[in-house]
Design a protein around this ligand. Structure first.
Ligand SMILES: NC(=O)c1ccc[n+]([C@@H]2O[C@H](COP(=O)([O-])OP(=O)(O)OC[C@H]3O[C@@H](n4cnc5c(N)ncnc54)[C@H](O)[C@@H]3O)[C@@H](O)[C@H]2O)c1
Length: 308
């Protein structure tokens, strides 16, 4: 029967070395790590934190909203950006001295071709942001139909799966992948079952990919934003209702901006964040902390009105 190292090697196609064989080698590793850490601190004194200088980044859904804000931030932090989108993002890529590749992320061959092209152009890919997404067909579970699930799973989930699958051979150790999930991927939202299910499954894939790719030195994380002021929110079925609900129940009672989400993505991909993998970062405006003051006040007001 294969041992643990053999099994891991079979999964990753690489030989896995035991990290520590005896006391002497453990001591040596500690000394080496301490030396490396002090060098890093010295270098960091001259560097910008969370800088992406010289990194090659591919961002799907990069022509609009969160993806575009991410491309702009990455460019400002020194990265070369590749914008991939089903919509035309060529002018936006040009503004950032980057590359635009027309891509439907629901089509595996197009995602593979995108990543081949980016790697051919720049030599490798250091960062992949699987961000392209759609939100359609709001309705209860009884109202939603198979097609709602299929379309959103094809784009939101499979787009990210294809990205992870095909980027690995182009991504050296130190690489980072971020998947854009949602608050709807960590909480239930009545009326958004199919969207929510696609976003919950992205977190499952994020965690499995983080485990499978850790031996290659590649980190995989997800961001889970609350409502964000982007064209997706404009096109949403009931944007005014959603904004009103957020104002009522979310402690920081406003929509996030696309740049606030992009900042979290930059944090997760930067080398400064090297110990974080398999994480789903909540950009929740305090939702997970508990019931907002304004919700409590509204409930109390409703109770008092009923008592009168
Ligand atoms: N806006 C929000 O409130 C919100 C909240 C949480 C999570 N998200 C997620 O953030 C991500 C970005 O959304 P956004 O708010 O910036 O919306 P957006 O509509 O501004 O941007 C989405 C981009 O994805 C592209 N896209 C859609 N289908 C595609 C496909 N098949 N192939 C390639 N590109 C495709 C669109 O053309 C668009 O440019 C999505 O995954 C979305 O689910 C959004």
């Amino acid at each position: 029967m294969a041992g643990k190292e053999d099994t891991l090697a079979a999964i990753h196609g690489v030989a896995i070395q035991p990290t520590c064989q005896n006391d002497d080698s453990a001591k040596f590793s500690e000394q080496a790590a301490a030396g490396a850490a002090s060098m890093l601190i010295m270098e960091k004194g001259e560097e910008q934190m969370f800088d992406l200088d010289g990194k090659i980044a591919v961002i799907t859904g990069g022509a609009s909203g969160i993806g575009l804000a991410t491309a702009q931030r990455f460019h400002a932090a020194g990265a070369q950006v590749v914008i991939a989108d089903i919509a035309d993002g060529s002018a936006k890529a040009e503004d950032l001295d980057g590359l635009f590749v027309h891509t439907d992320v629901a089509d595996e061959s197009q995602v593979a071709a995108l990543l081949d092209r980016a790697a051919q152009h720049y030599g490798r890919i250091d960062i992949l942001v699987n961000n392209a997404g759609i939100a359609i067909g709001a309705g209860t579970i009884s109202e939603q139909v198979y097609e709602d699930y299929r379309l959103q799973f094809d784009v939101n989930l499979m787009g990210a799966v294809f990205g992870i699958k095909h980027v690995v051979d182009h991504m050296p150790a130190g690489g980072a992948i971020v998947n854009t999930s949602s608050m709807a991927g960590v909480l239930g939202f009545p009326g958004f079952a199919s969207y929510g299910a696609s976003k919950w499954s992205m977190i499952g894939i994020t965690k499995t990919a983080a485990l499978e790719l850790a031996p290659r030195g590649i980190r995989v994380n997800a961001v889970c934003p609350t409502g964000v002021a982007t064209p997706m929110m404009d096109d949403d079925v009931a944007p005014e209702d959603e904004v009103a609900m957020i104002e009522m129940f979310q402690p920081i009672n406003r929509l996030a901006t696309a740049d606030e989400v992009a900042a979290a993505i930059q944090f997760l991909v930067a080398g400064d964040c090297a110990m974080v993998t398999g994480h789903a970062l909540h950009l929740d405006g305090g939702l997970f902390a508990g019931t907002s003051v304004q919700s409590l006040e509204l409930a109390l007001e409703a109770f008092r009105t009923r008592q009168r």
